[in-house]
Ligand binder design. Structure first.
Ligand SMILES: *[C@@H]1O[C@H](CO)[C@@H](O)[C@H](O)[C@H]1NC(C)=O
Ligand SMILES: *[C@@H]1O[C@H](CO)[C@@H](O)[C@H](O)[C@H]1NC(C)=O
Ligand SMILES: *[C@@H]1O[C@H](CO)[C@@H](O)[C@H](O)[C@H]1NC(C)=O
Ligand SMILES: *[C@@H]1O[C@H](CO)[C@@H](O)[C@H](O)[C@H]1NC(C)=O
Ligand SMILES: *[C@@H]1O[C@H](CO)[C@@H](O)[C@H](O)[C@H]1NC(C)=O
Ligand SMILES: *[C@@H]1O[C@H](CO)[C@@H](O)[C@H](O)[C@H]1NC(C)=O
Length: 449
């Protein structure tokens, strides 16, 4: 090794020493691999029944129903990612010339391949925390009515198990330690409609061009600087890092934090500043695959909106006629499901699109997946009746409140609480999924005979 290289390595090591003493690992910058617990505070004090009643224009309104759409909780890495971790380790271990990263020579990949994509203990923790807080805040609505709650999930293990864990959390919240196993209703038409949308498949899912901003970000200066900084830090000889390697280190860091709370292995290869650049890469990809980047990603939420409106109208009807109804409905889908609905509600929408060229401008963007759609991300509606006394409530006596990841977000009336009749749901509920998706060889609409 030439003396130039030695000086260079010395400098890198020196900078390393300084930086590792200054920075810890920021956990809320891991984009789609962020735990809800890392980007949302589930320990702030809450009050029993604080969501059960609300004052609206001088009237006291009482919760009659809660409807939530969830992303499943934190899951184990996919089988492909588990294999890629070992491949990357095998590539790096013989070439690393910085003793700080000797862990690469002895690291054992202990991610269980038979649990690939399964809900992780940390995901269970997320849903327990969310459920117990919601149960406590809606105590009088939920208590004694746990058995009327309607759970729907997609057909994957992680969504079904997430429904079960939310149920356990709600039970904790109302202090009724029910250990009952629930069986969510499986409905992929409602939760995985994106698998059945031709226009989405042709224009997004199988369209490489849709990711052109993402690809150019990966070959741009910012990303290339991360690559060379990581190569220099590892002191790689006879080997270089690809963009995929860099993203794999980032993902493995997230997995090490979630499974083992370890920040001294893969996470130590990159800095927080670098991870913010990788987070932007991942958010650009998400923006075009699921977000506002392509119009079908908003229009496609049709089945979820229809289901929501049908549930609410059913509750209003039955409540008015003194018939029983589910006090709660919780639907468990995927990041796509929650993101499409967020798009439909115009949430987290920036003035500008996410582009390869605007990292700096977009630093304070609204579309930041670590916060908007981490694992267990949720969009929750609470329906209230404001009618008191005798007589039947009118439709105008019902109000709707929107909570996204436990924070109030504005509905189209400009506030997080609107009269139900003032929301635009009933204007968009007439959407036709097969028409939107150009599923022309499928039956659409009712055949009147
Ligand atoms: C990895 O596994 C081997 C064999 O089981 C063991 O000897 C070694 O100590 C393990 N390495 C670490 C870092 O745990
Ligand atoms: C899902 O949709 C398909 C096609 O429209 C239909 O045949 C099937 O019965 C639906 N399944 C459920 C559970 O609604
Ligand atoms: C693929 O995506 C690009 C960019 O969004 C778009 O212009 C093009 O029409 C899409 N291709 C198809 C087949 O939909
Ligand atoms: C460099 O890598 C190549 C291919 O992996 C290998 O054949 C060669 O022996 C390596 N050279 C050194 C000096 O490690
Ligand atoms: C995880 O590690 C951090 C320090 O890296 C520590 O502060 C925290 O308490 C640990 N969490 C758990 C659950 O052990
Ligand atoms: C409503 O009551 C009927 C009859 O008791 C029962 O079969 C049904 O499951 C109830 N529905 C709900 C949502 O509780």
């Amino acid at each position: 090794m030439g003396s130039e290289n030695c000086w260079f390595l010395l400098l890198v090591l020196l900078l390393e020493c300084i930086s590792t003493h200054v920075t810890g690992v920021k956990r809320d910058i891991l984009s789609t691999k962020t735990s809800y617990l890392w980007s949302h505070d589930v320990t702030s004090p809450i009050t029993k029944n604080e969501y059960t009643t609300v004052n609206f224009k001088g009237r006291t309104c009482t919760a009659v129903h809660v409807n939530g759409i969830f992303r499943h909780g934190l899951r184990y890495p996919s089988a492909g990612d588990m294999r890629d971790m070992t491949l990357l380790q095998n590539k790096l271990a013989p070439n690393v010339r910085n003793a700080k990263y000797d862990f690469l020579k002895t690291w054992n990949n202990t991610y269980p391949i038979d649990k690939a994509n399964f809900l992780h203990d940390m995901g269970k923790e997320e849903l327990h925390a969310i459920g117990s807080r919601l149960g406590k805040r809606l105590f009088s609505l939920i208590d004694g009515n746990m058995d009327t709650i309607h759970f729907v999930s997609s057909s994957t293990q992680r969504t079904k198990a997430s429904a079960q864990e939310l149920f356990s959390g709600l039970s904790l919240g109302v202090g009724d330690a029910q250990s009952t196993a629930i069986t969510p209703q499986i409905n992929d038409n409602l939760t995985r409609y994106f698998d059945m949308c031709k226009l989405y498949s042709s224009s997004v899912d199988t369209n490489i061009t849709v990711l052109k901003e993402y690809s150019s970000f990966l070959t741009g200066d910012l990303f290339r600087n991360v690559i060379s900084a990581n190569e220099a830090r590892l002191g790689l000889t006879n080997s270089s890092l690809s963009a995929d390697d860099i993203l794999m280190i980032y993902k493995t860091c997230a997995a090490e934090l979630a499974s083992y709370n370890r920040s001294d292995t893969w996470c130590s290869i990159q800095t927080d500043d670098e991870r913010e650049i990788l987070e932007y890469a991942s958010d650009i990809e998400d923006y075009y695959l699921r977000g506002y980047g392509v119009p079908i990603n908003t229009a496609m939420a049709c089945p979820i909106v229809q289901d929501l409106v049908n549930s609410i109208e059913h509750v209003i009807h039955n409540h008015n006629h003194h018939l029983n109804y589910s006090v709660a409905k919780f639907v468990f889908g995927h990041s796509d499901t929650v993101t499409h609905l967020a798009n439909r509600l115009s949430l987290f929408r920036d003035q500008q699109p996410l582009l390869a060229s605007n990292f700096d401008v977009m630093r304070n963007r609204k579309y930041i997946v670590s916060h908007t759609t981490p694992f267990s991300a949720n969009i929750v509606f609470v329906l209230y009746n404001c009618h008191q006394g005798n007589g039947r409530p009118l439709e105008t006596d019902y109000i709707l409140r929107l909570l996204v990841n436990d924070e109030p977000e504005a509905l189209n009336c400009g506030d997080s609480i609107c009269r139900y009749v003032d929301t635009d749901f009933r204007n968009i509920v007439g959407c036709n999924f097969d028409e939107i998706c150009r599923n022309d060889n499928m039956l659409s609409g009712v055949i009147v005979g």
